[in-house]
Every structure is written in structure tokens, then in C-alpha cells.
Design a protein around this ligand. Sequence first.
Ligand code: CS2
Length: 486
Amino acid sequence: MRLSNATLSQLPANVARPGYNRSRVVPAIVHLGIGAFHRAHQAMYTDAVLRSGDLGWGIVGAGIISADMKNALAPQDCLYALCEMGADYEATRVVGSIVEILGGTEDAGALLARMSAATTRIVSITVTEKGYYLDPATGKLLLQAAAIAADLAAPAAPKTVLGLVVQALKLRRDAGIPPFTVLSCDNLRENGKLAKAAVLAYARETDAALAGWIEANVAFPCTMVDRITPATTDADRERVGRIIGMEDAWPVVTEKFEQWVIEDHFTMGRPDWTVGGAVFSDEIETWENMKLRCLNGAHSTLSYLGQLTGRATVADAMGSPLITDLLDALWGEIRAVLKAPKGVDTAAYVESLKLRFRNPSLKHLTAQIAMDGSQKLPNRLLLPLRERIAAGLASPAIATAVAAWMHYVAKVAYDGATLNDPMAAEIVAQAKRSNEAAALVGNLLALDKIFGADLPANAAFRAAVTEKFVALARNPAVATASAVAA
Ligand code: CS2
């Protein structure tokens, strides 16, 4: 038996179900980048809105590159099980807020039609850092990126998020339909501002008047999103299948914790996501900085060291004193220059992160978090580093985290494995120029899209990273590339 509208009534009593009439739900949100995180987060908050009786906010989800999610979920009426798991906790619900799924480029026309329909009031986005095509150090649009160049050459048939948003806004403007709100739910600092900058930079290349109209009329609220949601595995499919007593081709396993802080700036209305626990606030930047630095900065650090010490999951990595001692020092450095959101105790926040990272039920792979380091390091670790440098403070823990990333990419490069990063080619080329510690560190620091011009020129920081790089290479618990001499 497979999960679907027809089988909802046969779910076990302890599995919560939508409980509203799904055929009466009106689609008003188009979501670009429908993955596990969206389904554990925004779709769940929207499900709470629908359960509360406001059926005007259904979601049409779209995969940007692939039709995998459509193929998995369309046969089950876009329903899926969301299973929250912790050491002593398990709760499962079936989420009904996604009413249609479009798949990648094969449905591009239908997707543009949906986005430009007057009934669509919000276009939300989760495409990860690299989906915005911004230079991580300067925030400038990467006009030379192949996908952006291709969209600029054929703007009416876009394949990137930027191309889709701009073309849909153009169709709306031309038809006299007010613009939707663009809601970035990616883990970027000032994600709304960055989304706006990326959209405007792209629009300026196609149509200056359109860019001006977007700048004057389109809202891009900032959001802080948080929920640890690993990629779904076959073991999860089996585990969730046993819980719900039927097949679900693509369930989501996540933690109990969830947080969404949103800037309240929507031009065509918005659901009352507070019924699902979201918070509207003007203080997004402080929330975002705390989360990106304390949670994601620690995540990246433990993932590189986890990969180098044979610890496959975050929970495994939390069992290593080498890693937890470094995280404690890292959090100390980050907190010393952190502005806390009103009423938040950052020490307690860090303690809660430790518990979340130790969650034994989530098989959150360090290999997954270690991906895309070029996009992640700047916001997570290099911004607090720069603030510490400005305050005259040394940052040995952040230097160790950077050195761990360097060993990780060097190991991948010298082992001839594949580096999962949009800057892989540049990173591998720099790593292979020399296997001597100081030279290797210098060559990787010279990647200005990651480290800017200031950090490689900072002799004290360069010396600290080199010292930590050598110390890690000499540590028998850390498996670095054999070609890299200590
Ligand atoms: C992780 C995040 O993969 C990663 O880089 O650090 O996806 C993290 O799990 C989420 O931001 C938690 O909200």
C-alpha cells in the first residue's frame, strides 16, 4: 500500500494527518528547490496554516535541476511523512501543504506559467548558497558562470533560479499583475538582500527598465531558517515505512527543533506562519549571524575534522574529544564578537546545539556538510574572524577550522577523488601546486573568491593557519594526504 489521499485514513492513529480538505487548498506559493529541508521546514509551517483553517496557501514545488521529487511524490498526491526523531522522541505526521510538484527543465514552461499567474503571491527559494551564483567574498553576480551565461543568452527559457524569477516578474509586469514576494529560505547572511542583489544584477543584464521596476516594487524579506535535516536514505525509507504502515517513496527524517524568523515584508499578503511557530521580527541579522556562526560554523568545522578522523556522522564526530575541544574553543571565539538577539543567552544556545549535534537518531553525514566549503566558510567562519582581527584578537580555533578545510580539500585533491564544490577545479589546482605546508596554505589562501584580499595579506593569520595545518598533519589521529609533508 502506498501513501496517497486515498490511503490517509488507513494511517496508524499515532501518525498525524492533514485533517483539512486538500481538494479545497488554493495554491499561492511557488517553491523553487524542493528538497528535504523545504519539506521539513517551510512546508511544515504552511501545513500548520492549512490545518488552522486558512486554505489559501497551497504550495507548488519545483525541482530546479531534476524531476526526481516529482517522480517520487506525484504518484502519492504529493503527500509525504515527516518524522521527527531524537534520543527519546519520535513523532510522525503526513504533510499535505504541497499540492503539485513540477520537475526541473522538463516542466519549465508550466513553472513559468505558475510563477506568473496572478494567484501566485509568494515565490520561496531553497537552492543552497551556490544557487545564487554570487562571488562568496564580494557578493557580486558571477556573470561568467556557465548557467548564468546560458540564461542570459536565452532569457525566455531560463534554467537558474535567477533567470526564472526575473522572467516571471517580467511576464507579470507586462501583464499588469503585481509582483510576488521573493522569499529566500537559504542559509545565507542577509538572504533577502543577497537574493535581491543577485536578481537585480541579472535583470540589469537583460532589461534595465525591468531591473528598475523590480527594485522599486518587489519585496525580498530576509529570513533565518533552522532545522537539521539530513538527506533521506534508504534506511530512512524503511524505518518510516514501518512507522506509517505503508510505502512512502521520499519521506523526511528531521529533528524536533525548528526555527523560522522572518522579516514581515510581503506585498501580496502572507500566511500566518506563527500558527506553526514562526516568528516575525526586524532582528533577522542578529538571529542569522548567531545561527550561521554558532551552528553552521561548528557544523563545517566538525565535518572537515570528522572526515579526516574517520567519523562519518555529526553524532560520531561529537564523540571525539579532539573535535569537541576544538568546538568549545571555536564557540568561545565566535561568541566573543557576537551580538545576541534580544533575550537570547548565547551560552545556552551553544549548549542546545551540542545536544542537537549529539542526536543519535539522525545519520547526518559529515560528507554532506563538508560539501561546498567555498560557499560556506565566508559567512560561517571568516566573518567572525574578520571581526576578531579588527578587534585585535587572535583566533587559533578558527585558524584550525580553516586548516582542517585545507587538509580536507588537499586530501581529496591528492587522492584524486572528486571534490564536491562549485569551485572544485580552482581549489584542486591550487592545492596541487605544492605539497609543502606553508606553500600549500598560501596557495589556498590566495583563492580570493573565498578569502578576499585581506586574509592572505594578514601575516599573523597566515602563520596561524600554517601552524595549525602542520599540527594537524602531525596528529596521528588525523589522516591527511600522505603527499602533504608536515
Ligand atoms: C549544514 C546545514 O549542510 C550544512 O552545511 O550545516 O544544512 C544545517 O544542517 C542547517 O543549516 C540547520 O538548520
